[in-house]
Design a protein around this ligand. Structure first.
Ligand code: ADP
Ligand SMILES: O=P(O)(O)O[C@H]1O[C@H](CO)[C@@H](O[C@H]2O[C@H](CO)[C@@H](O)[C@H](O)[C@H]2O)[C@H](O)[C@H]1O
Length: 479
């Protein structure tokens, strides 16, 4: 299949990447697209730089995905480096941009803008994932295992990708964009990307290969090569999208839990969720490398948590009064190591919460193994104590309980479900985290600190939820 690509420079041009081999038409199209994207990008839910003025948008790579004969619409894959006032290297975003000469009314919400002047005057530019025909073309590339320059599409061995599946974009508030095809498949297109295989792909493939049914089966993926010619990550793979089986008619744990707060009985589900989490941990520990953390590594873990606390406290003033008390949770963790304790570490989910689990008729399924989106991929791929996920899920019960306000009933709901989850985990896992007070307090504190920063940035009205945990955790010593 032919392709036109505008790759990035391998050479250093004043420290910044630039375009190499830009065919006149391609370069012109990119020049015309960028001003439109500049205005559109900050309005997207997945754009993480909201509120910070954009100083610079640079095309790291632009690849045209050739159209089938007779199709006049264009499809261009872009990796864009966006920099903000006062920030360093910036973030890299993935866009799939469609071009059309006319636009049916139904596609109006997908419109990014209209090119005004030049060789492409009047061309309509749209978010291709919201255009069913263009999204269908992407699925076709996955089916056929196509390659366009560095952009490679893959179908999992033995997996089938049927034709004729109608696409629709998922409505969930997301960090990425997912397209559901005919209630059979779901394609998650990662929006903010970085060098390295995304753990969502890596762990899903590993779990499926191990025969686990606790993740939707991976069906395909597409990737490229990190387009910087120099510096960190040069030449590393970059995961761009993951196609999985869609599980229709399921409800996520957040919706189900909320429906039972504060008086309903959700404990049987929480117990099963604890079991499912432990099963996934066991499978991950068997399938992927494990480590034993000794004194120095445990100290490093505790130092990392302290550093996160300090960074969060500078950004969220409400955390300031609790800094000393919270630091003690991390000091106690370091003391475990000094006292000769070692900790098993393994690959984990990394951002487990009730919104990341689906209840199917056969039980709970875990989604989105990406880890915390703000962490570098290298960090997210590091083996860690499995209790990180356990503590994160406990936080989620607290969130659900307090979603409609605090009170004794909400508190009792959280307590019941946290205990049931821990009990379920202990019956299936190889250890009982409930007895690990120091570990649990350190990881729960670390998560609540992360949540304060997350909420302050994304949903300030929710900040009181993690802040109430901060109050509780700072008042309760580990011993
Ligand atoms: N395989 C699937 N089957 C059914 N629904 C899914 C599936 N994968 C994701 N979803 C739905 O899409 C939502 C977002 O998916 P997720 O992987 O968490 O994306 P993001 O990383 O953008 O948050 C989930 O909460 C769930 O409701
Ligand atoms: O789902 P994402 O991978 O985008 O994760 C981020 O957003 C989550 C919110 O959507 C956030 O989770 C926090 O809020 C949840 C309720 O909305 C709650 O269940 C979680 O326990 C709480 O941490 C997550 O932290 C963030 O990384």
């Amino acid at each position: 299949m032919s392709d036109t690509s505008w790759s990035t420079s391998a050479a250093r041009t004043g420290g910044a990447p630039g375009l190499r081999r830009a065919p006149a038409a391609g370069g012109e199209l990119l020049d015309a697209l960028l001003p439109l994207i500049h205005g559109w990008l900050p309005q997207q839910r997945w754009f993480s730089g909201k509120g910070r003025p954009i100083t610079d948008i640079r095309v790291l790579s632009g690849t045209e995905l050739a159209a089938p004969a007779g199709d006049s619409s264009g499809l261009v894959h872009l990796l864009l480096r966006v920099r903000h006032l006062g920030s360093g290297a910036g973030d890299t975003y993935q866009l799939l941009v469609g071009t059309r000469t006319t636009l049916p009314t139904s596609l109006a919400p997908a419109l990014i803008g209209r090119i005004d002047g030049g060789a492409h005057d009047g061309l309509l530019v749209l978010d291709a994932l919201h255009d069913p025909a263009l999204a269908g073309r992407l699925l076709g590339h996955l089916r056929d295992g196509d390659r366009f320059s560095c952009l490679g599409f893959h179908r999992s061995p033995g997996a089938e990708i049927p034709t004729g599946l109608g696409p629709r974009v998922g409505t969930a508030e997301q960090s990425n964009t997912s397209v559901v095809f005919g209630d059979s498949l779901i394609l998650k297109v990662f929006r903010r990307v970085s060098p390295g295989t995304n753990p969502d792909l890596e762990l899903t493939l590993a779990l499926a290969a191990a025969g686990s049914t606790r993740v939707p089966a991976p069906v395909g993926w597409f990737e490229t090569v990190w387009p910087y010619g120099d510096g960190d990550g040069a030449g590393e793979p970059v995961t761009l999208g993951l196609l999985q089986r869609f599980l229709p008619g399921t409800a996520d744990g957040w919706e189900l839990a909320l429906a039972s707060v504060p008086e309903g009985d959700f404990t049987a589900e929480s117990f099963l969720l604890g079991q499912a989490t432990a099963e996934v941990h066991t499978a991950l520990a068997r399938a992927l490398p494990v480590e034993t953390l000794g004194e120095t590594q445990i100290e490093g873990l505790a130092d990392g948590m302290t550093a996160r606390l300090e960074a969060a406290a500078s950004a969220v003033p409400a955390l300031q009064p609790y800094r000393t008390a919270l630091r003690s949770a991390f000091q106690d963790l370091a003391e475990l190591g000094h006292g000769g304790r070692t900790l098993p570490a393994q690959r984990v989910h990394g951002d487990l919460h009730l919104g990341q689990v689906l209840r199917t008729p056969d039980g709970w399924v875990l989604l989105d193994f990406e880890g915390e989106p703000a962490q570098p991929i290298e960090e997210r791929r590091r083996p860690q104590p499995a209790v990180r996920d356990v503590a994160a899920m406990l936080r989620s019960f607290d969130y659900a309980a307090r979603h409609h306000g605090a009170g004794p009933l909400a508190e009792a709901w959280a307590k019941r479900n946290r205990s049931a989850f821990l009990a379920g985990y202990a019956t299936t896992g190889d250890h009982d985290p409930a007895g690990e007070h120091v570990l649990m307090r350190a990881f729960e504190t670390d998560k609540a600190v992360y949540e304060c920063l997350y909420e302050a940035r994304h949903r300030p009205a929710w900040l009181p939820i993690p802040m109430s945990a901060i109050e509780r955790l700072s008042a309760s010593p580990s011993h």
